[in-house]
Design a protein around this ligand. Structure first.
Ligand SMILES: [Zn+2]
Length: 121
């Protein structure tokens, strides 16, 4: 399989996911929810096209996303929501920075994710 840097289509809306900074896949990779080996095999999605995760991004630079239905954060435990907002927002901010940092892909994830990987190797 030939992997290419650009030209991945969103699994939800069908439009191009033009930049890594708007990729739900890479956001979840930074969160440690996707392993580096699984990364090339998974379908790409826009962050905004996955409201269940995007609703937890709380940053002035990110227009808030509302998630409806059973995964809406209004339905969740307050402490859980606060924890998710802190974690997902931190990962989103890191995602906005990584293209400028010039670091290898394996250093993209949050520090605690990388530390957990290192304990396994
Ligand atoms: Zn999309």
């Amino acid at each position: 399989m030939v992997a290419c840097e650009q030209g991945y289509l969103c699994d939800v809306c069908g439009k191009d996911v033009e930049a890594i900074t708007e990729s739900d896949l890479y956001l979840r990779y930074i969160l440690g929810e996707v392993s580096p080996l699984a990364l090339p095999t998974l379908r790409e999605r826009h962050i905004r096209c996955n409201p269940a995760t995007a609703q937890y991004i709380v940053d002035p630079a990110f227009e808030p996303v509302r998630c409806e239905g059973m995964f809406a954060k209004e339905q969740m435990d307050v402490a859980y929501v606060a924890e998710q907002e802190a974690r997902v927002t931190r990962a989103w901010r890191r995602l906005q920075e990584v293209p400028k940092l010039g670091i290898p892909l394996t250093e993209y994830p949050l520090p605690e994710v990388r530390a957990a990987w290192q304990r396994h190797t």
